[in-house]
Ligand binder design. Structure first.
Ligand code: GUN
Length: 294
């Protein structure tokens, strides 16, 4: 069986059209949604994500203000930028691109973002709200995955979803959202990770398998049940001298091998990535709307 390719780019385009209409309504009321972006250091992948986010903002009429700091910046310099965004009335959403050059700084930096502008949903208050099922910003990649599944007609309720990866950005919040009693949840969830013994035993039980471990092509066909839905969150650069940039992007799934076994699969690129950016736009528009309605 050849898998249906879940076209994240097309679903993202549809959602961005809806968001552009909401931006137009806000502009009619004199409000331009604004996103403040801070990039610390010059990691090439982070730079390209930030560029993609800004282009996506511009396309639907969101104003973005990008600040860059050198990799050796101290906590004070970083916090100054975050606090300036917090105070700036033109900025409705604040995003600090992760990872920071000094991973130990992340907790304090994320906690400094105004929770009402925390469009990544990484502030402890929003993470707590997520855990409790209270309203708050949902983290972009997990929310994007759920929207993509829903809009592809894939039934989440009652499904066994196996997630490989337990990061604060993807695996853990996705597990919480999927297990919640709500329209994008009611799944049975298993979270696996790098210390899971005999990983294939779990992944082969998945109705929906989510690969979010950051390891190039680690999910082979032998780890996937015939007819499963496979969501690939990985974005890995592997050296390839035949490409102009000297690398190509691969996911955490061996796409060619798995696509003949799965019922549906997300490609890399063009799968989860565009959905993540779309949900960032979504949260920024929501933040701007809330600034009017309170
Ligand atoms: N790094 C990898 N994913 C993300 C994300 O969703 N938001 C931010 N700020 N940094 C990231």
């Amino acid at each position: 069986m050849a898998a249906r390719i879940i076209d994240g780019k097309a679903i993202a385009a549809e959602m961005r059209q809806e968001l552009a209409e909401r931006v137009a309504v806000l502009k009619g009321r004199g409000i331009v949604p604004g996103l403040g972006v801070l990039l610390v250091g010059d990691d090439p992948a982070s730079r390209s994500y930030v560029t993609a986010k800004e282009k996506a903002c511009a396309k639907i009429g969101i104003y973005s203000d990008e600040r860059r700091l050198p990799a050796d910046s101290g906590m004070d310099e970083i916090l100054r930028v975050v606090q300036a965004f917090n105070r700036d009335e033109r900025i409705h959403g604040v995003l600090v691109q992760l990872p920071l050059p000094e991973p130990g700084m992340e907790r304090e930096v994320l906690a400094a973002i105004d929770p009402a502008k925390d469009v990544d949903g990484f502030h402890p208050l929003n993470a707590g709200r997520l855990m409790l099922g209270l309203p708050g910003f949902l983290p972009c990649t997990p929310h994007g995955i759920l929207q993509m599944l829903k809009r592809s007609g894939i039934v989440i309720e009652g499904a066994h979803v196996v997630i490989v990866g337990r990061s604060n950005i993807v695996g853990r919040p996705l597990a919480v959202l999927l297990s919640r009693k709500w329209e994008l949840g009611n799944a049975t969830v298993t979270v696996c990770h790098t210390r899971t013994r005999d990983l294939g035993t779990y992944t082969r039980q998945a109705d929906i398998l989510v690969a979010a471990a950051g390891r190039p092509e680690m999910i082979g066909a032998e780890m996937v049940r015939e007819g499963a839905v496979v969501v690939d969150v990985g974005v890995n650069r592997v050296a390839d001298s035949t490409r102009p940039k000297g690398y190509r992007l691969v996911g955490d799934v061996d796409f060619e091998a798995v696509k003949v076994k799965a019922a549906a699969i997300t490609p890399v690129p063009g799968g989860v990535g565009p959905m993540t950016i779309t949900m960032l736009l979504y949260n920024t528009v929501e933040a701007a709307e809330k600034s009017v309605t309170g």
